[in-house]
Design a protein around this ligand. Structure first.
Ligand code: SF4
Length: 348
């Protein structure tokens, strides 16, 4: 008997990739999953930090999908290579700083390399024509297949019947008649198929699978690039953009202000990299200062703003402790910002 064909499914953790993998699995194909960690992924980070999100299940949706399917999941760290996709997307950005088309091409290309090295036969994705305005259109589907190099080894089981047959269909590895012709933004066909398969409690579709689709997050990233004078980031930068209120009181420095205990604790982990400020006479948030050089006048301003967010906001004077990354510290007595507008640009 011949060996079953083997497919690699791109697993984002959403419903579409779950269904696509299941459809192919049902045809007797051996399926394994691949999930890419870019650093911009939404789940399992802010939900774990913020108290208000604590009720949300703290699960990794890609792992949950793999568990539902009973498949192996390969989680691949692509943080470094992915920077070029975010910084220089050949096909541009979507509504925010989301380079969805380039991102898809990049990920399918990584999947293509993976199957070539592991002896797998083809790649599947949960893409649906018309589902997303930038990357999932009828005219972008062939672009992804071509520019990733996957060509007709890329099969989209949920909308395959609206596309030219891929090699797995032509060769009879999969039965095209048992694939789907989903199209458009409606989620109803997917939900019906999920019900037919008995899937419940799957991740609800949000704006996208990463923070780059978020308007406020993209503003913060654009601000970071503009302050640095170049489009560059490290993993810590993009993690910190997910946490706290961000305020740029002066062009050369930014304050990251913890919004609650969970965020304050998270920010504490960065005190050996950034100057930190916290009120010592009153309870208040932990604040990190991102900028260099920061003068005494800047620190005084930052201390007054920090005091404004503490329980001493109505006091005449508040004591504030400033700790530099090397451990040097100083204490200031400052008047909190009162009614006057806090200077600078907010990034919430
Ligand atoms: S939402 Fe993010 S992860 Fe998803 S395709 Fe767009 S850029 Fe890539």
């Amino acid at each position: 008997m011949s060996q079953p064909r083997k497919a690699l499914a791109l697993i984002s953790g959403g419903l579409d990739s779950l269904l696509a993998a299941k459809v192919i699995q049902q045809q007797g194909i051996h399926v394994e999953g691949i999930n890419f960690f870019t650093g911009f992924c939404v789940e399992g980070h802010t939900h774990a930090i913020r108290k208000k999100d604590r009720a949300k299940p703290k699960r990794n949706n890609a792992l949950w999908v793999a568990e539902q399917l009973g498949i192996k999941l390969h989680i691949i760290d692509i943080i470094e290579e992915y920077k070029d996709v975010v910084i220089n997307p050949k096909h541009g950005y979507g509504a925010n700083l989301n380079p969805c088309l380039d991102c898809k091409i990049f990920m399918v290309n990584k999947a293509r390399e993976w199957i070539a090295s592991k002896g797998f036969d083809f790649i599947i994705t949960g893409e649906v024509i018309g589902q997303r305005p930038k990357s999932q259109r009828k005219d972008t589907m062939p672009v992804i297949a071509r520019e990733s190099g996957a060509d007709d080894l890329l099969l989209r089981p949920l909308c395959a019947k609206n596309l030219a047959p891929s090699k797995p269909e032509r060769e009879g590895w999969v039965d095209r008649d048992k694939l789907y012709a989903f199209e458009g933004r409606t989620r109803k066909p997917q939900m019906a198929l999920a019900a037919a398969f008995g899937f419940e409690d799957y991740a609800q579709p949000a704006g996208g699978c990463c923070f780059l689709t978020d308007k406020q997050y993209s503003r913060k990233l654009a601000d970071l690039w503009s302050a640095r004078g170049e489009r560059r980031y490290e993993l810590d930068d993009i993690m910190l953009l997910k946490v706290g209120r961000h305020l740029r009181p002066r062009p050369h420095f930014k304050m990251i202000i913890g919004r609650e205990d969970g965020e304050n604790k998270f920010l504490q982990g960065y005190r050996n990299q950034y100057t930190s400020i916290q009120t010592s006479s009153h309870k208040g948030p932990l604040v990190l200062i991102d900028g260099d050089p920061v003068s005494d006048d800047d620190l005084d301003l930052a201390a007054r703003i920090t005091a404004r967010f503490s329980q001493g906001r109505n006091a005449d004077q508040v004591e504030v402790a400033i700790v530099k990354p090397d451990g040097d510290s100083l204490s200031l007595q400052v008047a909190p910002f009162a009614g006057e507008a806090i200077p600078g640009e907010w990034y919430l």
